[in-house]
Design a protein around this ligand. Sequence first.
Ligand code: GRF
Length: 194
Amino acid sequence: MRIAIFASGYGSNLESILTAISNGECAAQCVCIVTDRKKSRARLLAQEHGIPCSYVPMKAYETRELWNEALIETLKPFDVQLVVLAGFMRLLGPNFIEAYENRIINIHPSLLPLFPGIDAPQQAIDSDVTLSGCTVHLVDNGIDTGAPLASVIVPVFADDTAEELHERIKIEERKLYPLTIHRIAIGEITLSSR
Ligand code: GRF
């Protein structure tokens, strides 16, 4: 399965997917990496793994729609079957989502539908829950509202800071994301909005 990975930040999920692919644990081929941040570690990781990396910042375009058209053009030559958002910090617009309908996935640091949007670990702490986790889900036009595909539970401790909880969740993300992509690649998980 030919995948493109979009990342903005530290890229630990991106790294875990690339490592799993290299180790033969994930039956996907990362054909292209896309980042919207100049200083993203994604560019370095892409270089290390010999994968083409495109820098497509939203600020270079007048509207989100034009930026999304540019993203669609960027992916065109790569014949991508699945778009994997790994800490991609911008919302994609309807034109991109339609172009890759039911073929975009994201990972979010909560048990969706609880705590969508930003600061999910802080939201969990503020809600006094004792369990949270991470969810891989399909991307639709809402904010973290697409169909959940896989999740892992992580305990929330009474004295946790949001950073501590997030780090504990990210340990699980780095296992769950490559595994879920593998399960999609081998047909164990079927992508449909239902
Ligand atoms: C992860 O917690 C992921 O759930 C969220 O953004 C974070 C990205 O971390 N969508 P990293 O850049 O992969 O280290």
